[in-house]
Design a binder for this molecule. Structure first.
Ligand SMILES: Nc1ncnc2c1ncn2[C@@H]1O[C@H](COP(=O)(O)OP(=O)(O)OP(=O)(O)O)[C@@H](O)[C@H]1O
Ligand SMILES: [Mg+2]
Length: 250
């Protein structure tokens, strides 16, 4: 479980995260929604320590620390126990699908090449791309590249996977194949946090949804509580653009 208390992050004078309290229970799926610039990506990046938060407190299993007093070990724990999947896939251009996955296993986790390949093939199989193992990213569709990126994140076996708009760079017909893979990962019990504008998807798979605006959590609860029943006008206005009702017969 990750417990984040009163997390703040500034970029120069701009306060981007303003006292975030968030609990990520084991085996749960958390959705983060909110307008552009509200701090969604920055929050994920602070959890993964791609950005260094300014203050607050983090408890992640045995790793319990005050952000202002974070040690190398505290930070290493965050980077190795969480994994990111980015909007733009971030695959290595000159490595095959298989090599993209084995790289971290060999370099970071010091696994033997043969073992790394076995693990990589297992996850390529899981995302339905074992027949593309030797293809380079430019020989794969956007949806396939994102599935390789998901396989890569899974292969490192982090406790929590953080998805930052995993489908927003994809053509409409590829969105579904990626959402399907993410849903399977969620069903298998992986703990994950997903930033997405796919509201029906968020409604469908999340245990908890938070709505972020101007670096603050305006609403938090079950998808129904936040996306349908919230009394906060701003939240209502944001979700009213989405027709959840037709699809879910609410
Ligand atoms: N590296 C940075 N340096 C300075 N400002 C930044 C940096 N990264 C983000 N910001 C600013 O922080 C705020 C939050 O950005 P963030 O990317 O977290 O928003 P977001 O909710 O993910 O938006 P979007 O939905 O457009 O992806 C924005 O005002 C953004 O301009
Ligand atoms: Mg973002």
């Amino acid at each position: 479980m990750i417990q984040i208390k009163n997390l703040t992050k500034k970029f120069k004078k701009l306060l981007v995260l303003d006292g975030i309290d968030l609990t990520i229970e084991d085996n749960s799926v958390i959705g983060i929604i909110g307008p552009s610039g509200s701090g969604k990506s920055t929050l994920l990046r602070c959890i993964n320590y791609l950005e260094i938060p300014d203050s607050g407190h983090i408890t992640f299993d045995t790793n319990d620390f005050d952000i202002q007093k974070a040690t190398r070990e505290n930070i290493r724990y965050m980077t190795t126990h969480t994994g990111m999947v980015f909007q733009s896939f971030n695959l290595f251009k000159y490595k095959t699908a298989l090599e993209n996955i084995t790289e971290g296993l060999i370099v970071v986790q010091k696994k033997e090449k043969s073992e790394a390949e076995k693990i990589a093939k297992h996850y390529l199989e899981k995302v339905g791309l074992i027949d593309r193992a030797n293809h380079y990213p430019n020989q794969l569709s956007g949806g396939q590249q994102q599935r390789v990126a998901i396989a890569r994140a899974l292969a490192l076996n982090p406790d929590v996977i953080l998805f930052d708009e995993p489908t927003s760079a994809l053509d409409p017909e590829m969105i579904q194949e990626v959402l399907k893979v993410i849903k399977e990962v969620a069903k298998a019990g992986k703990t994950m946090v997903i930033v997405s504008h796919e509201m029906n998807f968020i409604y469908d798979i999340c245990d908890k949804v938070i709505f972020l605006e101007d670096g603050k959590i305006l609403a938090s609860g079950t998808p129904r509580e936040v996306m349908i029943e919230s009394e906060n006008e701003r939240v209502q206005q944001f979700v009213s653009k989405v027709n959840l009702i037709d699809q879910y017969n609410i």
